[in-house]
Design a protein around this ligand. Structure first.
Ligand SMILES: O=C1O[C@H](COP(=O)(O)O)[C@@H](O)[C@H](O)[C@H]1O
Length: 259
């Protein structure tokens, strides 16, 4: 597992644009070497700002969108089309680029094929991931090129909340989450073993309300107390921050050059 690297941008708008540019480059590189790429999207304010910046970037045309697999790190278990669902909020990007619908993998809605059975919906997503994992992936999930995570003010990532059973999960790759402290209470989430199978994990945090969470997670208190600290990529773990979110970082973790 990789050691976290920190990049600090001037403000959240620049952070979103720079992260979008970085993502385009990463996807184009993966497609050039393997013919395809895979990304895992996150919900939340910073994840959505990145998707909007990606949709607006002229460089988006460098991506072969039909050869991109799109997955989600978590979902709010609500009816299809609910404005609070992460997939609904991702429409900014999904409607703007020519993705192959067969390569877009949303998590089930609460009025979908599994009805209100969130455990069945989580199992189905785990099976979909396992079916997509290739022999070289050494696991039950594909080795995603980039997996993005918004960091909550309480250090949660995906729908893994501090001290919750889901953050302790070591066997399953996807779980149903009950009693989330952030609404809605019922969610589906990748677990840390699935997250840590990605080549690159990018953690996004902007704004003063994230400063305490960023400092805590990067001071390594342990993933039960700070789930974000347990999210590490196989080859890279990148924390993308704005200056406000970096204000409480210990001096030795602050990068020497920040834009
Ligand atoms: O509920 C969620 O929140 C987090 C972070 O959201 P933010 O608005 O505080 O940035 C997000 O990462 C997660 O995917 C989402 O379901």
């Amino acid at each position: 597992m990789s050691t976290p690297q920190v990049v600090v941008h001037r403000d959240k708008e620049l952070m979103a644009r720079a992260a979008a540019a970085r993502l385009i480059t990463r996807i184009v590189d993966a497609q050039a070497s393997r013919g395809a790429a895979s990304v895992v999207l996150t919900g939340g304010r910073n994840g959505n700002a990145l998707l909007a910046a990606l949709a607006e970037s002229p460089a988006r045309d460098a991506v072969d969108w039909a050869r991109l697999d799109v997955w989600w790190g978590d979902e709010r278990f609500l009816p299809d089309g609910d404005p609070e669902r992460n997939v609904t909020q991702a429409a900014t990007l999904l409607d703007a680029v020519p993705l192959d619908p067969a390569r877009v993998h949303p998590m089930a809605a609460s009025d979908g094929p599994y009805g209100s059975d969130v455990e069945a919906a989580a199992e189905a997503y785990a099976a979909e991931l396992a079916a997509a994992a290739g022999p070289g992936d050494h696991g039950r999930v594909p080795a995603f090129d980039v997996l993005m995570l918004g960091v909550g003010p309480d250090t949660h990532v995906a729908s893994l909340f501090p001290e919750h059973p889901a953050v302790r999960e070591r066997t399953r790759t996807v779980v149903g989450v009950h009693g989330s402290p952030k609404p809605p209470p019922t969610r589906i989430s990748l677990t840390l073993p699935a997250i840590c199978a990605a080549h690159e994990v990018w953690l996004l945090a902007a704004g003063e309300d994230k400063a305490g969470a960023v400092a805590l997670a990067l001071s390594a208190p342990g993933e039960l107390q700070a789930p974000a600290s347990g999210a590490r990529g196989l080859s890279r773990t990148l924390w993308l921050l704005d200056r406000s979110a970096a204000t409480k970082l210990p001096r030795d973790l602050y990068p020497p050059a920040s834009s």
